[in-house]
Design a protein around this ligand. Structure first.
Ligand SMILES: *[C@@H]1O[C@H](CO)[C@@H](O)[C@H](O)[C@H]1NC(C)=O
Ligand SMILES: *[C@@H]1O[C@H](CO)[C@@H](O)[C@H](O)[C@H]1NC(C)=O
Length: 520
């Protein structure tokens, strides 16, 4: 039963993991066949009958006879391009907001925003559906412009045809080109620097904004130093069905510094007195979609330009906002849909792993103080990565007098997977102040007397996950069973077990803090 529940947890976490990784990777939709003369994604349907394919956010079903062609086209962008091309660029979407959001009133002196969208080899239909949804569902008085930053796409229709198309739209749309492939971070910085609105709203290139998405974001930006994200709804990569995201999850991260969604904790529900239409304070942002005041973006140091391509930049800006006196929120009355992909055809010289390791090391070194060791412990090899020069980022932290990472864990993210207080952090596990033996979100658990121990999802209810360390006898006693953690295990199994305490050397454990070499 318990194993079954555990499997479900593991399954659910890995699903979320895959979704998120795809979300972060989505930017790198690389065209496999860019010189294929039959380039896909050329102008789709401009508008159509209200009962047309995909209207109301409904799924598109491809008839059997076209399935082969559909599969071929799928490879181009790693989503169902055939379905996307059938859907009107200005299709209707359901109003997925909470009832309490629908008649909220906002001040009429809201700041105006520029919308910055970076794309690389994006399909025509998804890119333009993003643009149309922004224009159709935003009050034009609040829209300064849309800036499309082309990160060196290789498709002809994204050159002059795109420029000609956007010229006739009711809102100024600028197309800016990167001279060479630069990655999300640098392309966004370029777009931001060329935009003029008081607020900068970053979107990905395959989004759809729903009714009322913009006003609640801008209303929160009027609060000093507040950075806001919408709820990210899911647009199916298979059918382009529109599915509402939850207002009950917020952003966190694990020991590997992977962004993850977690349930909004009770304390955050209590702070809002149970009103789910009020913005949620979130420890981190997913990264793709957010709005920020232009001056504040400058003041807190935009992005770390020493980071390559993408990865880690969302946690970096999240830590920076909180530690340096700002607030990061998910505005639950704002919904923007996003195509989540299952795979990316993109490859990068040296491998994406190296880039993410480098970026993550920069963020760990600059922002996480001694807690960076939790990341280093669980990511062997990461300490060998050259992370470049971080002097200017450390100087920024100094200049802004940002608070320590322990403050962030204490005040912003107490439910973090990283224990705020711990007795030891060793090569394998940490022994926390709550007396758990733990690695990431897994805790050492006992389900059978005299039997092997195992790692299960931490429940923080003590119970079978409570261990008492005796620093003199060096024993780890499983309190519930009064048995000792024992290195001897069943034949040919490497797993330690619990046994009656004998105080032999098989039951002695030396808990200490690892010392990581100073210079890597
Ligand atoms: C979509 O665009 C078409 C053609 O431009 C127009 O006729 C139609 O009314 C639009 N639909 C909506 C819902 O705005
Ligand atoms: C390990 O480090 C933590 C955090 O700095 C500290 O509280 C703890 O006392 C240390 N433990 C040992 C055994 O030195």
């Amino acid at each position: 039963m318990r194993r079954f529940a555990y499997c479900k947890v593991v399954l659910a976490t890995s699903l979320v993991w895959v979704m998120l990784d795809m979300f972060i990777l989505l930017y790198f939709s690389e065209c496999n066949k860019c010189d294929d003369k039959k380039e896909r994604g050329l102008p789709g349907r401009d508008g159509g009958p209200r009962d047309g394919p995909g209207e109301g956010g409904k799924p598109v079903v491809i008839p059997k006879e076209n399935q082969e062609k559909m599969k071929e086209m799928f490879k181009i962008n790693q989503f169902n391009l055939m379905a996307s091309e059938m859907i009107a660029l200005n299709r209707t979407l359901p109003d997925v907001r909470l009832e309490g959001c629908k008649n909220k009133l906002y001040p009429d002196n809201l700041p105006r925003t520029s919308v910055v969208i970076v794309f690389h080899n994006e399909a025509w239909s998804t890119l333009l559906r993003t643009v149309h949804s922004v224009i159709d569902r935003s009050p034009h008085t609040l829209l300064e412009e849309i800036v499309l930053v082309d990160d060196a796409s290789e498709r002809d229709f994204l050159k002059r045809p795109l420029e000609q198309y956007v010229r006739r739209l009711e809102i100024p749309v600028r197309v800016v080109r990167m001279e060479q492939r630069s990655g999300l971070i640098r392309a966004r910085l370029k777009g931001a620097s060329l935009s003029t609105g008081q607020v900068i709203t970053f979107l990905d290139a395959h989004c759809e904004c729903t009714i009322g998405w913009l006003e609640p974001l801008l209303a929160r930006i009027k609060q000093d130093k507040t950075v806001v994200c919408p709820i990210i709804d899911v647009i199916s990569d298979d059918t382009f069905e529109y599915m509402a995201g939850s207002d009950m999850t917020y952003g966190g991260f694990n020991w590997k510094l992977n962004f993850r969604w977690y349930p909004v904790p009770q304390r955050e529900m209590d702070r809002r007195k149970g009103d789910r239409t009020l913005p949620v304070r979130t420890p981190t942002m997913a990264g793709g979609l957010f709005s920020i005041d232009r001056d504040y973006f400058q003041e807190i140091g935009t992005y770390d330009a020493g980071m390559d391509i993408w990865g880690g930049e969302n946690l970096e800006i999240s830590f920076r906002i909180w530690q340096c006196g700002g607030t990061l929120e998910i505005v639950t009355c704002s919904h923007v849909g996003h195509v989540f992909r299952k795979a990316t055809p993109y490859t990068f010289p040296g491998g994406t792993g190296q880039i993410i390791n480098k970026n993550n090391r920069r963020l760990a070194e600059v922002w996480m103080d001694e807690f960076k060791n939790f990341f280093y412990i669980i990511s062997p090899g990461v300490t060998k990565v050259d992370y470049g020069d971080i002097t200017s980022r450390s100087a920024l932290r100094q200049k802004l007098q940002c608070k320590p990472f322990s403050w962030y864990l204490e005040n912003v993210y107490p439910d973090s997977q990283i224990p705020r207080h711990y007795y030891s952090l060793g090569e394998v596990f940490s022994y926390t102040a709550n007396k758990e033996i733990r690695t990431d979100d897994l805790c050492l658990d006992v389900s059978k007397l005299n039997g092997p121990v195992m790692m299960l999802k931490c429940h923080h209810l003590k119970g079978n996950q409570l261990w008492e360390y005796d620093p003199v006898k060096l024993t780890l006693i499983h309190v519930n069973s009064n048995q000792c953690l024992d290195k001897a295990s069943e034949e040919d199994s490497q797993v330690p077990s619990v046994r009656d305490c004998t105080h032999t050397r098989f039951q002695q454990w030396l808990l200490r803090n690892v010392t990581l070499p100073e210079v890597f």
